[in-house]
Design a protein around this ligand. Sequence first.
Ligand code: ZN
Length: 204
Amino acid sequence: MAVRKVLKIGKHQKVLETKSEAIHKFNRETKALIQDLKDTVADNPAVGLAAPQIGVLKRAFAVLLGYYDRDEEDETPPPPPVIMINPEIIESENPERGFDACLSIPGMMGYTDRATKIRVKYLDEQGKKQDRVFENWDARMIQHEQDHLDGILFTSRLKTLDDLFVYVTNADGETEAIPYPEFIKTTTTQAVEKPILPNRTELA
Ligand code: ZN
């Protein structure tokens, strides 16, 4: 029961690209993992977090559903994260381009195609079977987290490096995102966080 360190791509690419194992028992270890996911997601600017990101290669993640549907002036605390265990996406439709960002790939974001409507079977945190349909941002986020369980990072879903962006501080001191190929050409631009690209030849 603790806030865990989030693994980043630079040091931990191998773990992050390993496929996680199904959870078979709702024992003390599983309960501790659920609590750690909740504590760690609450401690980070994140809307989702998968177990491999805290170094546990088990099929579980936490997601804040409906996060972007909330009224900005809504001062009530957001609902607690939903835990999905052994999730399976059994239907997906209508892919659309949208953005991905990841706590494990700091200082960057990218554009990927993901289904806008999915049906997911999973076990909830009580171990009860669930079968639900998710749309739009929730669907996108669940697909991102599901990818983590299969050792897939959003950077391997990019069609081209032009779809990868680095957050930089511009001349006015504001944060903006510029395409990665442009960033590596300009030596004077200051990245908000040092971008680390996964070691993948298909992106080179
Ligand atoms: Zn991620």
